[in-house]
Design a protein around this ligand. Structure first.
Ligand code: DX5
Ligand code: ZN
Length: 217
């Protein structure tokens, strides 16, 4: 199997103090940060871009930044994010008509590459690209907002991928927390993105170790 890693999404955090929010979640035992970038076009919400990441980078030395790029034309921001210090660039299958070109650009920029698929998207679309990818991010909400309901109907996609690719890093994103982590573990996800459940937890350290225990068991 693969190592379980837990990456908080800060979408519903206090974005007026992004560095502090990230630091406290890292201190609570997070393995990486999942930074949600939205352009108001691919999804009906707008967050931040590479200028913010560039400022955040030095405040979290050594912390792996996964950029979850919920943007149209994801190729456009690859260099900016690489210069800003992003470690992984997860773009959406649905956002580009040239996934291979996008993957190549991301790798040339020195970042790891992930491909995200939305709930309506058939998991088989990723098959031609899996051997070029570092991870596949399976959405369990329609992207755009934190705090939404976990969509159990997306779990078979994770089961399908885990069955075919034992060592592939499979991410799950949307409505993941202590109440839904068991289903995520059973399906075979190992990169756990959790937003409001972690950001809102009274004891994020406890929440992280609980979820890690379930996934690692
Ligand atoms: C949604 C984002 C998710 C979201 C997760 O578009 O990609 O990362 O912020 O937050 P929760 O865990 O609250 O659904
Ligand atoms: Zn996300």
């Amino acid at each position: 199997g693969c190592s379980c890693r837990i990456g908080p999404s800060i979408l519903n955090a206090d974005l007026s103090d992004l560095a502090k929010e990230c630091q406290r979640l890292v201190e609570a035992g997070s393995d990486y940060m999942h930074l949600d970038v939205m352009d108001g076009h691919f999804v009906p919400n707008l967050t931040f871009g590479h200028p913010v990441v560039k400022c955040l980078r030095p405040k979290l030395p050594g912390v792996f930044f996964e950029m979850h790029m919920m943007v149209s034309e994801p190729e456009k921001w690859v260099e900016g994010m690489a210069d800003a210090g992003a470690d992984m660039y997860t773009f959406h299958y649905e956002a580009t008509d040239d996934p291979v070109g996008c993957i190549r650009k991301i790798k040339e920029a020195g970042m790891k590459v992930g491909m995200g698929i939305n709930p309506p998207t058939n998991v088989e679309v990723v098959l031609p690209y899996v051997d070029m990818l570092d991870t596949v991010l399976v959405m369990t909400v329609n992207p755009g907002f934190g705090g939404q309901k976990f969509m159990t109907e997306c779990l078979p996609k994770i089961e399908f991928l885990r069955e075919k690719f034992q060592t592939l890093d499979i991410g799950i994103d949307g409505g993941v927390g202590p109440k839904t982590i068991q289903q995520c573990a059973d399906a075979g996800a190992n990169l756990i993105v959790s937003g409001s459940a972690l950001v809102g937890a009274s004891n994020p350290r406890e929440c992280i170790s609980y979820m890690r225990g379930i996934i690692d068991s």
